[in-house]
Write a protein that binds this ligand. Structure first.
Ligand code: NAG
Ligand code: NAG
Length: 782
């Protein structure tokens, strides 16, 4: 067990990326998070995978879903590329209320849907082939969106082979669709849809609504060529269509322009992805959307805008419709309609269902789906504006920072701007794409990019981005990666930690580490530094004291000095980050030192001396000294592990060897000869353990011992730290391959570390020799 810990330490390098890719499988573009099953269900080209949500490199099951030869031939005979277009791309993946899943694929330009179950760790395709037209696109390069709600599938896609019949469809006992009119949908690109529970506590007896986001060619402007605009549309959940007019069509479809105006004059930006930040009270929900510039050849920029749910509902409720001049006005003179779902007011007039709506109202609705007003973003302008590689996917996490405020952190992924016109063989419209995620926050109107996280080595566009419990999941053409939303430990100093202005991270003065902000209310006693809005690193301890290492000799009295810089300062001592409040039989706390009596092994650990000063009602805390007392009996390697959490080996090394440079060192009261014997013993023990570790590494490398034999889950978990490594998952042999990778890694990476272990005892020895050890017989000398 012991050696496993050593291996773990060795593996914890900087990268936290976990990858999944399967041989021969491409286009991982559809994801469904099944929290209840602990799965990330992944839809790819001709395959669906069930991955462990915590460790996506672990594939629990897979099911292939290939096109038949016949379908492929039929598709290629219509002029489509047999190997690119005429395959089955999984595009729709939803959970059903019975726990099963609904899945649709393009199936060689002949979309088909089916049910998938997950039982006893196995995915199974039910084989109940259902018509997928209107639910899933024909063309794998076309965007679409869908939503499963109470067994009703809402989908926005194209209904025909040519992709020329766009539709927003509800597949339900009463199937509804949009009217084929360019005023309803005009060459749309469907992006996203979701339900907003507006019936919750509604005094008006309102209905839930489904909101859809898409871009389309504008019909409301006279423009010399095609102009794209972004839209938000909505329908009422209880819609049943009209009786004669709008029969089996939406009788509640309304849309509005979505504005995301950048400072300079330009064509409207085009929506690419949406993230719904849900709130308990739906009115406080916010939709974040990422946009890219329209003329991407001249101006390549992206913007993120956020829309308040209240602003969106207001635009639809205002009842101002854009009207075509040609419409005959006599029809509509007496129509009362202000764009609401069936609510109490309508019910009081005897209209209980949309089927009861008068023809005149339905005609009005049919002819005027577009609202006059546009939906404006919160603060009226983009939260983020980015030049360069186009940002096309986003998720937003809400982080409660140390100041108690909630900050939305945006993760925006770069991707290819693939608005491929139909019938064109898009190879010549290629844009560079970098395969990274930008992590950004907006502080008081000022955007701040915290970091850019590289996801895919070969600069692939991010096709899909998901967020689940502090993990990001990104899919691309060649694989999927999982990465934590923050990696605070990469900031090694207070300055780095505070200046990063990452709401997830705080500097812990006691532990001297950049830590992930605890989710629970922060312990007030702890001294944590975070300065998000100002990035004020002045709060950092001016020059953090170096940790002084000392050997704890059992049964001795130990004095640890600590001199406050000011007489006004009060000195506080902490042991293992817990305050030592009073002098007692174990400790005496002096103004400039602490005395520990009769040291026992339970006294080993970190002692921190802090000064606290009060000035103008403010409290200033400063770390004055840190001591690491290590029990003498323990082998050196163990000690290293224990005291170096969160630091790189190199750093630890300097820390320990730096002791002898300190003027004030801990003093130990014991005679010298006894001590050196013990050191000698310690050195030999350390050398022995290093040899053991090397032997173990050798065995790993030779495959005599499997790391899984001893560590099991732990070690598998730690593989997330292996950088730049791919897990080719081909079912049964996954373990073998991974194991090989680990052995290889241990060999290459740990050879260097082993050398460090070797030299360590020698250095420690030297350090100790330089200590001033006093043997005190008289207490008054202290
Ligand atoms: C599928 O992946 C390949 C790369 O292997 C890529 O060239 C192609 O564009 C992808 N297709 C779709 C529909 O995303
Ligand atoms: C020191 O600690 C040991 C073990 O805890 C105990 O047996 C011994 O009596 C203690 N000595 C003094 C002087 O407190």
């Amino acid at each position: 067990m012991q050696s496993c810990i050593d291996v773990l330490i060795c593996l914890s390098s900087e990268s936290h990326l976990i990858k999944f890719k399967a041989e021969g499988i491409w286009n991982y573009s559809t994801m469904l998070i099944r929290d209840d099953l602990g799965l990330l269900v992944l839809g790819a080209r001709e395959a669906v995978y069930a991955l462990d949500i915590n460790e996506i490199s672990v594939s629990k099951s897979k099911v292939l879903w290939e096109v038949t030869e016949e379908k492929q031939k039929e598709c290629s005979s219509k002029g489509k590329h047999p190997d690119i277009d005429c395959r089955n791309y999984v595009r729709v993946l939803h959970q059903m209320s019975d726990g099963g899943m609904y899945v649709c694929g393009t199936n060689a330009f002949s979309p088909v849907c089916d049910y998938i179950s997950y039982n006893d760790g196995k995915l199974k395709l039910e084989g109940k082939q259902e018509d997928g037209r209107g639910k899933c696109p024909f063309d794998p390069f076309q965007r679409s969106s869908s939503l499963m709600l109470d067994e009703d599938l809402y989908s926005g896609t194209s209904l025909n082979f040519l992709g020329s019949e766009p539709v927003i469809l509800r597949t339900s006992p009463v199937t509804l669709r949009t009217v084929f009119k360019s005023s309803w949908l005009n060459e749309p690109n469907f992006i996203y849809m979701d339900m907003v529970p507006e019936s919750d506590d509604s005094p008006e007896g309102d209905d839930d609504k489904i909101y859809m986001f898409f871009s389309e060619s504008a019909i409301e402007y006279d423009f010399y060529n095609k102009l794209l605009v972004s839209r938000v549309a909505r329908v009422c959940k209880g819609d049943m269509g009209g009786l004669r007019t709008l029969q089996r069509k939406w009788s509640s479809f309304l849309k509005a322009r979505l504005d995301c105006s950048v400072p300079e004059p330009s064509l409207p930006y085009v929506i690419q992805d949406v993230f719904h930040v849900r709130h308990k009270t739906w009115r406080k929900s916010v939709f974040y959307a990422v946009f890219t510039s329209q003329s991407s050849s001249t101006d390549r920029s992206s913007a993120v805008c956020a829309y308040d749910m209240t602003d969106i509902t207001e635009v639809f409720a205002r009842g101002k419709f854009k009207t075509e001049v040609s419409v005959e006005m006599s029809d509509v003179k007496w129509v009362m309609y202000n764009g609401e779902c069936i609510n109490n007011a309508a019910r009081s007039l005897g209209i209980n269902r949309t089927l009861d709506l008068p023809d005149k109202t339905l005609q009005f609705i049919r002819d005027r789906p577009l609202m006059e007003d546009a939906v404006r973003p919160i603060t009226g302008k983009p939260l983020l504006l980015n030049r360069g590689p186009l940002l096309t996917r986003l998720v937003v996490d809400t982080v409660t920072a140390q100041d108690g405020q909630d900050y939305p952190v945006m993760f925006v992924g770069t991707g290819e701007f693939s608005h491929k016109p139909l019938g064109q063989n898009g190879s010549n419209c290629h844009f560079e794409a970098n395969g990274y995620v930008q992590k950004a926050v907006n502080y008081d109107g000022e955007m701040h990019i915290i970091e850019e996280i590289e996801l895919f080595e070969n600069a692939e566009p991010v096709d899909v981005l998901r967020l689940h419990q502090n993990q990001l999941y990104a899919g691309s053409a060649s694989g999927v990666v999982q990465i934590p939303v923050s990696n605070c430990s990469r900031y090694s100093s207070c300055l780095d930690c505070v200046l990063a202005r990452d709401p997830y991270c705080v500097w812990d003065v006691l532990a001297q580490q950049c830590l992930r902000l605890p989710q629970s209310p922060v312990d007030q006693k702890r001294d944590l530094i975070q300065s998000l809005k100002d990035g004020d690193a002045n709060q950092c301890p001016s020059t953090g004291p170096e940790t002084k290492l000392g050997i704890l000799v059992l049964g001795n009295n130990i004095r640890l000095p600590c001199q406050p810089s000011s007489n006004l300062a009060q000195v506080n001592w902490y042991f293992a980050e817990k305050p030592l409040l009073y002098s007692n039989e174990k400790y005496t706390i002096y103004k400039d030192a602490i005395l520990i009596y009769n040291a026992t092994s339970s006294d080993a650990g970190r002692y921190t001396c802090m000064s606290v000063e009060h000035l103008k009602g403010k409290q200033f805390t400063q770390t004055l000294a840190i001591y690491d007392l290590q029990e003498q009996k323990a082998p050196e390697v163990m000690v290293t592990i224990k005291t170096t959490v969160g630091k790189s080996l190199d750093e630890r090394f300097t820390t320990s060897s730096g002791v002898h440079e300190q003027e004030e060192s801990p003093s130990f009261y014991k005679n010298q000869s006894g001590k050196s014997k013990l050191i000698a013993m310690q050195v030999s023990l350390a050398v022995l353990s290093v040899l053991m570790v090397c032997l173990l590494f050798w065995n790993f490398y030779m495959g005599h011992i499997s790391p899984f034999m001893c560590c099991g889950r732990h070690l598998i978990k730690s593989t997330r730290n292996l950088p730049e490594m791919e897990y080719i998952n081909t079912g049964n042999d996954v373990m073998d391959h991974k194991q090989q990778m680990i052995s290889l890694y241990i060999k290459t990476k740990c050879d260097g570390e082993a050398a460090t272990f070797h030299s360590r005892p020698a250095n420690g020895d030297q350090a100790l020799d330089n200590h001033v050890f006093k043997y005190i017989t008289d207490e008054s000398e202290i």
